[in-house]
Design a protein around this ligand. Sequence first.
Ligand code: FE2
Length: 384
Amino acid sequence: MQSWEQPTAVKHGIGCLENLGEELMRLGVRKPLVVTDQGVKAAGLLDRVQAILDEKGIDRAVFDRVKGNPPVELVGEGSQAYLDYGCDGLVALGGGSSMDTAKAIGVEVANGGCILEYEYGHKPIEKRIPPLVTIPTTAGTGSEVTLWAVITDPKRRIKFNVGGTPLIAPHVALIDPVLSATLPPNLTAWTGLDALSHAIECYTMTYAQPITDAVALLAIEYIGKYLRRAFACGKDMEARYKMAMAATLAGMAYGVDSAGAVHAMAQTFGGYIDVHHGYLTAVMLPVVMEYNWMGNPEKFARIAWAMGENVAGLRVEEAAKVAVRTVADLVNDLEVPPLSSTGVTEKDIPILAKMAFDDPQTVGNPRDLDLAAYEKMYRRLLAA
Ligand SMILES: [Fe+2]
């Protein structure tokens, strides 16, 4: 039996951030902990949230120390702040790192103990997290609607997943594309390609289901049409809105299921070396697609169609290869640097390949994988 569950109310539209106060009051939150990072603060977005809360007379505490690939210790500090300030809800303002940190804080304060104990497959989450409103400032992660938080364990140099249950899902996702208007082009590209990776991986994985297929396909269509525009002109609000919706749709596909080799590689790599998750998925996606298309040519052919390519009359295998070239073109247009820019070299390949192979997301990949396949893909990436 397969299932799909979406416990998060998705509220979206240009300027909808103004409704934050009402949403918190509706959830019965009197003093939220606002979880965010220094980049969001520097962009002035935290000030806007504070002003909106002031207008409604809502008290709050701010935890603004989130960083990329958030570590276990940071979650503990956030939970302590939540308890010290007597908070009764959470607002996550930022990208995947802030939203995942807020979810993990919610797990700790509701269930006790350390987030490490709740690594998927270990101790189950038994209690619903406190009311959480997610406010994404990028269009990529989809964490605003997923049932997962990804946390880094620096001691083991791995990232681990927490969740897989509606108990960790945000209560409300407030998606205002205006917040992404100041996102720099490289982060627009990387986060947008992370969303594309979620959509393509969930659409083609071995246990995809009709509901995730439907949302993933529209996400692919929107990204094919609007990501270059958002990259080229940050204030193009139509492009920003469609990218925000694409990220959420892709999150709905990714949020209840797994992914494939792109995320098996990107997540393990991000635990090994502190590199932006979206960048890793962006650089890895074309090489993984080149390997994977033969596992499900029909679906890869439909990806080409969704991305606007005219594949009518082509043999299905040819159309599938068009999808691979189309995504490679997009990654190239968006000026994604090669993997060698991270400093990894050939000598790192055996350990990186082994970590990816051991990642649970390997299981859903549309083409069978072994260590040699991962090593081959890593060699391709480093030769680029
Ligand atoms: Fe991702």
